[in-house]
Design a protein around this ligand. Structure first.
Ligand code: ADP
Ligand code: 5GP
Length: 189
């Protein structure tokens, strides 16, 4: 049982989830981002404690054994990602609604755990070609990690049906407005 409301955004990597979630956080002061833990190295522009809690594999495994994670996964081979229970409690205790940005399996698990306590939004691009173009454009992937993310994206699309709403991110301005409407329908009504 959650104390406040919760929104989960999931999408195949490169679909624009971070862009959409950041926008929502900037226009909705009643939302706070649940900072996940991960064992992947930070990207140049990422800050520890803001984008992720960047942990060693040992520290992450200690958190698993102490049951400090609400859900966790080895999203890519050898790389863990997980939602810290402490983030959810902290955000709800401060009176905010919590926003999760997790992969599609994590999103489906959170939806299963919290049911009506969470609105689960699946974000996708119109085609695999635009997904590849975006991942290349972001400049964060090697040829190998790009291939891995694209292959995984094709499997991840199967999870869409477990979510409450789908948001198509083609024209960005349109997608951002649609995201605001989805959130407002859930939180303000
Ligand atoms: P994710 O968090 O789902 O991996 P990002 O938000 O990092 O995706 O977006 C991937 C890349 O695509 C980024 O470089 C971002 O600026 C760009 N992007 C996001 N939405 C759009 C859009 N509608 N049209 C074109 N490029 C976009
Ligand atoms: P990235 O490395 O691009 O930041 O994230 C890779 C994937 O891991 C994305 O789909 C992202 O949503 C997901 N992810 C981030 N945090 C979590 C988390 O706490 N749990 C799960 N299951 N996935 C996460």
């Amino acid at each position: 049982m959650l104390k406040g409301k919760a929104l989960v955004f999931s999408a195949p990597s490169g679909s624009g989830k971070t862009t959409i979630v950041r926008h929502l956080l900037s226009v909705r002061p009643d939302l706070k981002f649940s900072v996940s833990a991960t064992t992947r190295p930070p990207r140049e522009y990422e800050m520890d404690g803001e984008d992720y809690h960047f942990l060693s594999r040992k520290d992450f495994e200690d958190k698993i054994s102490r049951k400090e994670l609400l859900e966790w996964e080895e999203v890519y081979d050898g790389i863990y990602y997980g939602t810290l229970r402490s983030e959810v409690t902290r955000i709800h205790d401060q009176g905010y609604h919590v926003v999760f940005d997790v992969d599609v399996v994590g999103g489906a698990n959170i939806k299963k755990t919290f049911g009506d306590g969470v609105l689960a939004v699946f974000i996708k691009v119109g085609s695999i070609e635009s997904l590849i173009a975006r991942l290349k454009g972001r400049g964060t992937e090697t040829e190998e990690s790009l291939k891995m993310r694209v292959e995984k994206a094709q499997q991840e699309l199967q999870y869409e049906k477990l979510f409450d709403v789908t948001l198509i991110n083609e024209d960005l301005d349109h997608a951002l407005k649609q995201a605001e409407t989805i959130v407002s329908n859930y939180l303000d009504n």
